[in-house]
Write a protein that binds this ligand. Structure first.
Ligand code: C2E
Ligand code: MG
Ligand code: MG
Length: 561
């Protein structure tokens, strides 16, 4: 064996920076030749299997595995890499040195292979998700852009998918299993799309979000398949089928679309809306959504200056005792007065909850309410407790309950005049924060209430751990028409009364509803039958009057001004 040639080649092998697959292969080939090993080749990097396969290239004489003279396997963190080699029978200078030479060669190759694998992985990870082998968002963007550039975009819709409540899967099986399940989900998605036709592409946007380009013709079938989407997972030797549901945003590519990132953005916007509404029905990005987004962008650009310029104001909606029609409280509700027009909260509160601005608004409403109460008290008026809504978004601020107390103290308003309204939450972590906040506020003498009972996830079971003072039954429960639904509301009232929690029903619009509530012992009510939310001066008049005459009760039709 020409040891000198071998040493030179090995040195070259060690020196090469291996950026180039061909360069690596050439050097390996030369090494092989010098050692009398039949040629070997590095196969394509196979992202799916996470390994580099090496195999002989053209050796006509050795046809089966038994003929391999030796094998060399290195265990890498991402699976074994097998190197098999064959001595050339015809090699003229076969000598005892060869065994040593092969060992040395294998060791050098091992060293270089791990570097090579690392480089290839880095290279592949620029466009692919290594865990699942499908494209990553960058790879998807490039592949999608190619389709747009080729003028084929209008055949497709971009679909953004996010697994609903994947957190729960992580909680049940653990995060490592969660990663495997998501990689598996990616493969299942890719198979579904491959079965629908070869043109589709799928990418992993991030953890549990995927993006696809699906041909418009196949969309119905695709969405139908997603309804029964499941992933097989080996849970300690037991195969389990994990069903997954998706929030889905869809954007149908039009002839005007040139930029794939805008296309993806549109489907992701549609998805955000589906997710925000907790809606598993696919949301399409269409003209209506486009207008909503433009309006929201406009609102977002104005909201800070609007707060500084006193465009936000507080209306107060009375709460009434149904036995004697006396005024027993009020709810502070925010309004945005823009150029003399009232913008109702449903047009900006959901947006402010998404962008966090609701926290500024809630404290603005609390400050205004405290200021108003201080003013009425200073003038010797009889006042009633006023409730202020606090969004769940505050739960990310660990000091918000203290800040509420500090605000009330600043105005020297006795705490019995302020009540804080919260809505029920599904999130386990938020539940703990809600309980702590309610306890803290209570320790200072502030009352709390659970708003919108009977909608969303509200449940009576929460009340046993949550020391709220008041339960507010939502209008939707009152509007129920069937006898069964009436039984629910009367039993809720009965149980809550027994638990020494006060109960009030909102959205009372008719005398018949007021009578029904009285019959079932729900004595407190709020609704248009008595008053709409009133601007400060009108509410002040109501406060001075202190009660309602029976004959003035009618559905308050007057629009808010
Ligand atoms: P909410 O806290 O449940 O407030 C009660 C809503 O029901 C008010 O709507 C009120 O005007 C309406 N309402 C009261 N009686 C009747 C009735 O008889 N019939 C009908 N159809 N509606 C009635 P509004 O003021 O439009 O507020 C809507 C929601 O916006 C509120 O629901 C609350 O979730 C949110 N919101 C309003 N102001 C604030 C605020 O300052 N902070 C926060 N975080 N949310 C607020
Ligand atoms: Mg409320
Ligand atoms: Mg409510």
């Amino acid at each position: 064996m020409r040891t000198d040639i071998f040493v030179t080649l090995v040195n070259n092998l060690m020196k090469t920076d291996l950026k180039d697959n061909d360069e690596m292969t050439n050097i390996v080939d030369e090494c092989c030749r010098a050692l009398g090993i039949s040629q070997i080749e590095i196969d394509d990097f196979n992202a799916h299997e996470k390994s580099v396969l090496m195999y002989k290239k053209y050796d006509n004489r050795i046809l089966n595995e038994a003929d391999y003279e030796d094998t060399f396997t290195l265990e890498k963190e991402d699976g074994p890499i097998g190197l098999r080699f064959w001595f050339d029978y015809e090699f003229p200078e076969a000598s005892i040195d060869r065994g040593y030479g092969v060992q040395l060669f294998a060791a050098i190759l091992k060293l270089n292979l791990s570097r090579f694998v690392k480089i290839v992985r880095e290279e592949v990870s620029k466009t692919h998700d290594l865990a699942s082998g499908i494209l990553n968002s960058r790879g998807f963007l490039t592949a999608g852009q190619r389709i747009l550039d080729e003028g084929r975009g209008t055949n497709f819709a971009s679909v953004y998918l996010n697994v609903e409540k994947f957190k729960i899967v992580n909680q049940i099986y653990g995060h490592d299993a969660g990663d495997i399940i998501l990689a598996q989900a990616a493969k299942v998605l890719s198979t579904i799309l491959a079965n629908l036709g070869s043109d589709h592409i799928v990418g992993r946007q991030s953890g549990d979000s995927f993006v696809c380009l699906v041909s418009k013709d196949c969309m119905d079938e695709f969405l139908e398949t997603l309804e029964t989407f499941s992933v097989a997972y080996n849970d300690n030797g037991k195969m389990v089928d994990i069903s997954l549901s998706f929030y889905i945003g869809i954007y149908e590519i039009s002839i005007r679309d040139r930029d794939m990132s805008e296309v993806m953005e549109n489907s992701s916007t549609a998805y955000s809306l589906a997710r925000h509404n907790g809606n598993l029905i696919p949301v399409y990005y269409d003209q209506k959504l486009r207008e909503l987004i433009i309006r929201e962008k406009d609102i977002e650009s104005k909201m800070r200056s609007a707060l500084e310029n006193h465009e936000f104001t507080v209306y107060y909606q009375p709460k009434i005792n149904l036995n004697d029609y006396s005024l027993i409280g009020a709810e502070a509700l925010v309004r945005w007065l823009e150029n003399g027009k009232v913008i109702p909260p449903d047009q900006f509160v959901p947006l402010f909850e998404r962008n966090g601005f609701i926290c500024n608004i809630d404290f603005f409403v609390l400050n205004s309410t405290c200021r108003a109460l201080r003013n009425w008290l200073d003038r010797g008026m009889d006042v009633v407790p006023i409730s202020v809504n606090f969004s769940r978004v505050h739960f990310s601020n660990s000091r918000f309950a203290q800040q509420i107390v500090e605000t009330v103290k600043r105005y020297h308003v006795p705490p019995k005049y302020i009540e804080i309204e919260f809505t029920e939450t599904m999130d386990v972590a938020d539940k703990g924060k809600l309980v702590r906040a309610v306890e803290y506020l209570k320790s200072y003498g502030l009352a709390t209430s659970m708003d919108d009972f009977g909608t969303g996830y509200s449940s009576l079971s929460l009340l046993k751990n949550l020391p709220v003072d008041v339960l507010k039954i939502d209008k939707s429960l009152l509007d129920s028409k069937t006898p069964q639904e009436r039984i629910i509301i009367s039993n809720v009232v009965h149980m809550v009364n027994e638990m020494n929690i006060k109960v009030i029903t909102e959205g009372v619009e008719t005398e018949e509803q007021a009578e029904f509530l009285k019959d079932i012992d729900c004595i407190a009510a709020q609704g248009f039958l008595f008053d709409r939310p009133l601007p400060h001066p009108d509410f002040e008049k109501r406060l001075n009057k202190g009660r309602y005459e029976k004959d003035e009760l009618k559905l308050q039709e007057t629009m808010e001004m």
